[in-house]
Ligand binder design. Structure first.
Ligand code: KG4
Ligand code: ZN
Length: 333
């Protein structure tokens, strides 16, 4: 049994977890700062770093206590080194390095995006080759995995990320940040009365674009305001969410047709979206040889357990880092 302690602090969640063999979560302590950023309508990097500093040792203590694990029981320290906000990443990285040095443990560098995908293992073991749709606040990526820890990006967004479009439409409707969950709930109450465009639906690639949709929603709202018309916000949420899900679905279907894989992973913060989960589950019924493995809802958002899951892949391949490991804010796959 390999026990890995993991640190995640790339955005506005400070988290430390202990995960056994990449799949069994012994603890996953998460402190969220969302309330501090809400009045600014987005994450304020300087505020985020300060909160991470305040929280990191408390979250670390919690993770050890909940798991009832002593540092001597651990095999390695995994840490997110990118992508993310440099000041935020640095706090988790310093915490991880200090812990590793104090307890003489090896350091495993983890890509945050790989972490989101690895969290599917908390549902069921990913079977390879696999396709993964990674949709978060900063990324929208369709990825082919020929084997564990091997990523080829088939397509990605050319402008806004899927989660970002939820958050921007939320801002327009004066919803609290981040708005994905609220729009998801509102969409259940509305009707798809407005036809928004699905970007690049006819293009023969796997890329995404969400800024045109965002502009269409903004134009719709401004136009209605100018004419003094009332907008049904629930209908708007339903119509907007339909367009996002359609765009994700179209590319995913094409990828599944062209790459006969054994499993399909849905990951990232937007993977919590109920319509997206439902629609993809229905699509996967048409691909009986491909198992649908969505990340369990409670692990779709940022958390350290997912870093422990991806860290285990690197641990098995002895991909360790030295104490001079630095952050890489722009890291990709
Ligand atoms: O993965 P994540 O926690 O952080 C990043 O690494 O970006 O993703 C956060 C994003 C936000 O944009 C948020 O609005 C979105 O995930 N989100 C959702 C839902 N829950 C969170 N989007 C749509 N529907 C949801 N239920
Ligand atoms: Zn994330």
């Amino acid at each position: 049994m390999t026990k890995i302690i993991s640190f995640e602090s790339s955005a506005d969640e400070t988290s430390v977890a202990i995960v056994e063999d990449g799949r069994i979560i012994l603890s996953n302590a998460v402190a969220t700062q969302i309330n501090s950023h809400q009045r600014f309508g987005g994450i304020v990097p300087e505020v985020a770093s300060r909160h991470h500093i305040e929280w990191i040792t408390r979250v670390l203590d919690d993770a050890l206590e909940i798991a009832n694990v002593k540092p001597t029981d651990l095999d390695a320290v995994a840490v997110t080194y990118g992508p993310g906000l440099v000041g935020s990443l640095l706090v988790g990285l310093m915490g991880a390095k200090t812990f590793a040095l104090a307890h003489n443990l090896p350091i495993i560098p983890v890509n945050h995006l790989a972490g989101h995908i690895a969290a599917a293992n908390f549902n069921a073991p990913i079977i390879y080759p696999a396709l993964a749709l990674m949709v978060s606040g900063g990324h929208t990526e369709l990825v082919l995995m020929r084997e564990e820890n091997n990523f080829s990006v088939l397509g990605e967004t050319r402008d806004d990320a899927a989660g970002e479009s939820f958050d921007k439409v939320g801002r327009l409707l004066k919803l609290p940040y981040p708005a994905g969950k609220t729009i998801d709930e509102m969409a259940h109450l509305g009707q798809a009365t407005i036809k928004f465009p699905t970007a690049m639906a006819h293009e023969d690639n796997y890329d995404f674009s969400f800024s045109g949709l965002k502009s269409a929603v903004i134009n719709y709202v401004h136009h209605a305001e100018q004419k003094g018309e009332l907008i049904n916000h629930n209908d708007l949420a339903t119509s907007f969410q339909n367009a996002v899900v359609d765009a994700l679905l179209g590319r995913t279907r094409r990828a599944l047709q062209n790459y006969p894989v054994k499993s399909f992973v849905l990951a990232g913060g937007v993977a919590a979206n109920s319509q997206l989960r439902q629609t993809l589950a229905e699509l996967l019924e048409q691909f009986p040889n491909t198992q649908f493995i969505p990340v369990p809802r409670q692990y779709t958002g940022d958390n350290a357990a997912m870093i422990g899951a991806a860290g285990y892949w690197n641990y098995k391949n002895k991909k360790f880092a030295e104490l001079n490991l630095n952050t890489d804010p722009g890291l990709d796959f």
